[in-house]
Ligand binder design. Structure first.
Ligand code: ZN
Length: 466
């Protein structure tokens, strides 16, 4: 049964977001500034932490006047950082202990989740169902291969999108919880199959469901591609769109998968703190920041903005929609490179050219003065020059020694020597002249170590110097 009210409401929101993406840059900046003022006012009025933290900031301010914040600060005084007074850290801890609570709103109001804590303590996240609705509406309006029009909506009413979502096992982690709360109204247009990348019958389930849309991590896409190459996965050309929600594909793998699956491949970059941060560029690699709903600042080690084309050291995130748990200039240790505007696809939203994962993913050179940091990005850029690479992994246990493990694409030929040469050439071009021992191993398959967690592209056990 279609619930007409929900369907109309959701459709209206999709169309509103579609329309909003056509704003010119000035109008976009105006909306952003207005929402930022509202967010700051809400945070200051209703949260003890933010009142103190924003202390000296007056009524008139620019973004750069606002102090930055980080996870440790927000978790230390968790209860006080919220603008509501019925959510307590201790009670949430108990809620997360009960697997029965998966799919349940906390206090019948809040969508709650927590991060994995892979980079320290987990962060608890509190949002409203409307924020999940925004995520789905933006995805439909801006991150979708076919343009949203009334006739497209009518078609989708009768021929539902068949969306296969492949993640890890269900849990309280943000992307899993988001699919637990797919908004009413969206289900009029979308049939969802949720599968885990570790399900033994993953391929059989996909063959049966024949998704038109597929959302997965890059490492799962590799797994599916291997299966399609061997003729086991058969989607009968029904697939239209693949959305990669974690880890970046190499340029070669992306091109190959577009052909192999006959579908567009879009990248999303987001985090639990702001699941609707970006949508994949419809023209290819990279993603556009939904700058009317979030602000992403790419900055260097000292917090100064870096220009497009230059890798940053971290990002500052401001979530303009969530007033329950404000994130204002919140530090995330991801390294990324912004693209020079404008984008060929016509989007006015700022574009992230590439994301290189956690800044904590660090490699080390050996120098007479001791270990010196080396960005994995410099090795990545070299490997990216090779057209036959599906996936790679950088392993380091001693400063100055790196093992590069590479998996060629199906039928592709890779020689250890050419990988080493490509990497060395790029390092030299970027002025890295310290001696470095590189070992290259060409392997059949690169997978997450236990088959259960996300794939780690950089594995480094070297302890940073004190
Ligand atoms: Zn674009």
């Amino acid at each position: 049964m279609i619930d007409l009210v929900d369907t109309v409401r959701y459709t209206t929101q999709m169309l509103t977001e579609q329309w909003a993406s056509g704003r010119d840059p000035e109008a976009l900046a105006e909306v952003q500034a207005k929402r930022l003022r509202e967010l700051v006012a809400a945070a200051r009025d209703r949260s003890a932490f933010w009142r103190e933290h924003l202390g000296s900031v007056g009524e008139e301010f620019s973004l750069a006047d606002l102090p930055t914040t980080n996870k440790a600060q927000l978790m230390e005084r968790f209860d006080e950082t919220l603008t509501v007074d019925d959510v307590r850290r201790e009670a949430l801890e108990e809620f997360f202990q009960q697997p029965d609570n998966l799919g349940q709103l906390y206090l019948d109001k809040y969508v709650v989740s927590h991060t994995s804590g892979s980079t320290g303590q987990p962060l608890f996240l509190v949002q409203l169902p409307e924020h999940v609705r925004l995520l789905f509406a933006l995805q439909a309006a801006r991150g979708h291969v076919s343009e949203l029009s009334l006739s497209e909506i009518a078609t989708r009413l009768t021929e539902n999108v068949r969306l296969a979502v492949i993640t890890l096992q269900r849990g309280f982690y943000p992307s899993s919880v988001a699919f637990d709360f797919m908004p009413r109204g969206a289900d009029t247009f979308i049939d969802v199959l949720r599968v885990s990348s570790t399900d033994d019958d993953l391929i059989a389930q996909l063959n049966e469901f024949k998704p038109t849309h597929l959302t997965a991590y890059a490492s799962t896409l590799h797994q599916l591609a291997r299966s399609a190459e061997q003729g086991e996965l058969k989607l009968n050309g029904e697939l239209q769109q693949i959305t990669n929600i974690s880890e970046r594909l190499s340029g070669a793998a992306r091109k190959h998968y577009v052909k192999l699956f006959g579908a567009k491949v879009l990248d999303d970059y987001a985090m639990g703190e702001c699941l609707f941060l970006s949508n994949g560029c419809l023209d290819g690699a990279g993603m556009h920041v939904n700058a009317d709903w979030a602000i992403l600042e790419n900055v260097d080690e000292s917090g100064q903005p870096v220009p497009p084309g230059t890798p940053g050291a971290k990002v500052l995130l401001t979530n303009l929609a969530n007033h329950v748990q404000p994130f204002i200039r919140y530090e995330i240790t991801d390294r990324l490179v912004m693209a020079d505007p404008p984008c060929d696809c016509g989007s006015a939203f700022p574009k992230i050219a590439r994301v290189e994962g956690r800044a904590t993913d660090q490699l080390w050179l050996a120098t007479p003065e001791g270990p010196q940091p080396l960005s994995p990005l410099l090795l990545h850029m070299g490997i990216e020059q090779l057209v036959e690479v599906r996936e790679y992994q950088l392993v380091q246990h001693e400063p100055g020694e790196i093992l590069i493990r590479v998996e060629p694409l199906h039928g592709g030929q890779l020689e250890a020597g050419e990988v080493e040469a490509a990497v060395r050439k790029n390092l030299t071009e970027h002025g890295v002249d310290e001696p470095l021992t590189l070992k290259v191993e060409v392997v059949d398959k690169l997978m997450p170590e236990d088959g259960k967690s996300k794939f780690k592209r950089v594995v480094c056990t070297v302890k940073p110097p004190q």
